[in-house]
Design a protein around this ligand. Sequence first.
Ligand SMILES: [Zn+2]
Length: 212
Amino acid sequence: MPDPIFAREDVAESELVTRRGRFRAVAFAHGGSEHLALVFGREPLGEDVLVRVHSECLTGDIFGAVRCECGEQLGAALDAIVREGSGVLVYLRGQEGRGIGLVAKVRTHVLQDEQGMDTVDSATSLGLPVDVRDYTPAALVLAHLGVRSVRLMSNNPDKISSLEEHGIRVSSRVPLLMPASPDNIAYLRAKRDRLGHDLPQLDRFAVGERHG
Ligand SMILES: [Zn+2]
C-alpha cells in the first residue's frame, strides 16, 4: 500500500443528500484550510472524470451576488455533474478574491464601484496580489479519490497547468460559460482581457443589452 495522501485526522467522509441528489462528501484539511469534495455517481473514478475545482466566493456562492459569476458557475457545474451521472466538485476554501481574503475583496469592490477600477487594478492599488490561489489541495484530493485525469470545467487556462504540475492530467477543458449581464460584464471583461480567461460569450454582449 502506498502512503495515504491525507493523515487520518485530516479527512472524513459521509453521504450527503442534496436537492440535486446523493453525493459522497469528502471533507479534508490542507494548508490551514478545510475543503470539501463532492463525488457523484459511478465509482471507481479514474480517467476523464468530469471535475470542477471551485474557489470559495462567499458573496457569490452563498448570497447570490451577481457582480461575479461564481455562484452561477457553482450551480451549473453541479448540474453538469449530475447530468453526466458522474463527477467531482472540489470546493476550495480560503480563496476569497483569488486568495486575498474576504475583507480585502470587499475593499476592492469599493474601488471598483467608486473609482471604476477593474478587478485587477483594484487589488494591485491596495498592494495586494492579483491571484495567489493554490490548487494543490484540489490535486491531492483528486488523487485521494483515485482520479488520474480530468475533463476540467473551467475558463481559466492557468488552472490546467497548476493541476498538471501536481500530477492530475487534464485531458480536456470544458467551458463553463455564464451569460453576461450589465451587472457582471465589467468583471467578465477584466477576466477575459487581463487574466486570460476564455470567455467567447462576451463577444455577443453589447453594452446596454439585457440577457435573460
Ligand atoms: Zn465571485
